[in-house]
Design a protein. Structure first.
Length: 88
């Protein structure tokens, strides 16, 4: 059974996820500037009231405003740990 879709702002440190959908053009544009798009695999790094920090498979650390992170739909990627080509 596939994992349920949820928001990036719920990702815990060390958790692997895949971006399923980015809602709203403003959030999509900001994600694009950071190198994140639908299908990107990310690993939770830290969470806070204002910022969610994730690592991309390229090794790039990406801070994301929590207000925008709630509009980024992700799905768990437990199996992706073996396929990662970076710290994600």
């Amino acid at each position: 059974m596939a994992d349920a879709t949820r928001s990036l702002d719920t990702v815990r440190p060390g958790e692997l996820v895949t971006v399923r959908r980015i809602l709203f053009d403003l959030v999509r544009d900001q994600c694009s500037e950071c190198g994140v798009s639908e299908g990107s695999r990310l690993c939770g790094r830290s969470e806070g009231a204002e910022t969610v920090v994730v690592d991309a498979t390229s090794g790039r650390r990406i801070p994301c405003d929590s207000r925008h992170a709630r509009f980024i739909e992700v799905v768990g990627d437990e199996a992706g740990a073996d396929r990662a080509d970076g710290p994600a």
